[in-house]
Write a protein that binds this ligand. Structure first.
Ligand code: CDP
Length: 230
């Protein structure tokens, strides 16, 4: 079977990473969670007092970019790669609501995007990759053979993220998660550099009322159809 590139974009908490991981496992492809990279840069900025509730020292972040080393390391017991920031496993820390509250500001910075996009393109150079994010089908891999754009109602998305965070023991309220989801949607889709938009050739899927199995079956069928005609 020929290896292809699969781009999965969409609004926050639409379950892009779940479907991307499932596809990668089934197809034996590499899975790349591009959001984890923006989250790790954000964590760095928080740890170095570059971003806080009152300040965002963009120039300092830009000049520190060369000191930020991001690496995905595959964890065979989990079945996916975890994010390392300067050789420290930050997989859990990057998923907090605090990081979510700052990440879209960091992701607006063109210099940050440039560095991460280059790394992402490098990871997909041999194809056989499923990457999820906001600009994968438009900027990172505009020539991807298959592009999906996933959406769901803001309430459904916030509920899913809320359940996830509560399950791992974080103390959050539904209201703050909903606010975060809506706020990030707004920044991500209105920013100047690489806004979240539906690529013209992307297949749009609203999974508000779909189970994980239904979603997987639908997408996997489309993927097999594509791989078989190439
Ligand atoms: O919370 P969710 O899993 O939906 O988001 P994520 O995929 O972890 O991405 C976190 C944030 O990183 C997004 O809200 C965007 O601001 C930014 N991002 C981006 O700008 N471009 C990407 N390719 C991926 C993420």
């Amino acid at each position: 079977m020929k290896n292809i590139t699969i781009a999965i974009d969409g609004f926050s908490s639409t379950g892009k990473s779940t479907i991307a991981k499932q596809l990668a496992n089934k197809l034996l492809y590499v899975y790349v969670d591009s959001g984890a990279m923006y989250r790790a840069v954000t964590l760095y900025a928080m740890q170095h007092n570059i971003i806080s509730k009152d300040n965002f020292y963009v120039d300092k972040l830009i000049s520190d970019l060369e000191n930020i080393n991001l690496l995905f390391k595959f964890n065979s017991s989990l079945g996916f790669a975890e994010m390392y920031l300067n050789n420290v496993n930050v997989e859990k820390e990057i998923r907090t609501l605090e990081v979510s509250n700052y990440v879209s500001k960091v992701a607006e910075v063109s210099e940050v995007r440039k560095k991460l996009v280059e790394q992402q393109q490098q990871m997909g150079i041999n194809k056989g990759v499923v990457m999820d994010g906001r600009d994968i089908g438009t900027v990172v891999f505009p020539n991807a053979e298959l592009k999906f754009f996933i959406n769901a109602s803001a309430e459904k998305r916030a509920q899913r993220r809320f359940d996830e965070l509560i399950e791992r023991g974080d103390k959050v309220t539904f209201k703050e998660i909903l606010n975060n989801v809506q706020h990030r949607d707004h920044i991500d889709s209105t920013r100047e550099d690489s806004p979240l938009i539906n690529a013209e050739d992307a297949i749009e899927i609203d999974n508000s009322d779909m189970s994980l199995e239904e979603q997987f079956d639908l997408i996997y069928k489309i993927v097999l159809g594509k791989i078989n005609i190439i």
